[in-house]
Design a binder for this molecule. Structure first.
Ligand code: COA
Length: 146
């Protein structure tokens, strides 16, 4: 069994390594440049990373997008570590963070191929699919138990 440590990013240097890992998983396969993996909401967000053998192999972000509502984004597990339960653990940890922040619900934009992954954790689909970065997505939501 792999030893994976899931925790918040420690410092600026680690944050930069996380952006690189995020780019590798979510932007490089789409032919997008470095820098396309970040936005204006990084400061103040919760950045969780999964560490294996001192390497960042997984990452995801949570922020409060409106009062009481969380937004999860940039969920990324390196290909060689996918389908081993790491993404699920990452989201479960973010849900605990959302609970600690007294958020009532969390929303995310799921790529169509990841719908089942989020459904298993308890998210349900909202509204209709739409295109983002040329990929079909759908909004999904989870109510946070108090
Ligand atoms: C989607 C992603 C975050 C899931 O993380 P993961 O660690 O691979 O997922 P887990 O191992 O916790 O998977 C749990 C379940 O989801 C399913 N699943 C995971 N990735 C899937 C995928 N791409 N397509 C279909 N099902 C998937 C698994 O089959 C597993 O179900 P099972 O237990 O019945 O086998 C990860 O595969 C990833 O980074 N993919 C590429 C980038 C991406 O699509 N990110 C999501 C953007 S919304």
């Amino acid at each position: 069994m792999l030893q994976i440590d899931i925790r918040e990013v420690n410092n600026q240097q680690e944050l930069e390594k996380m952006f690189h890992q995020r780019w590798l998983v979510l932007r490089s396969p789409l032919g997008m440049e470095k820098g396309s993996e970040r936005d204006n909401h990084e400061d103040g967000a919760v950045h969780l990373v999964g560490i294996c053998d001192r390497q960042i192999i997984a990452s995801a972000r949570l922020r409060e997008s409106s009062p009481g509502v969380g937004n999860i984004s940039y969920v990324a597990v390196l290909p060689e570590f996918q389908n081993q339960g790491i993404g699920t653990k990452l989201i479960e940890n973010l849900i605990v963070k959302a609970q600690q922040k007294n958020l009532k619900s969390v929303r995310l934009m799921s790529r169509i191929n990841a719908i089942k992954f989020y459904q298993k954790i308890g998210f349900s689909e909202q509204d209709n699919p739409f295109e983002f970065l040329g990929i079909p997505h759908i909004f999904m939501q989870l109510e946070i138990p108090a």
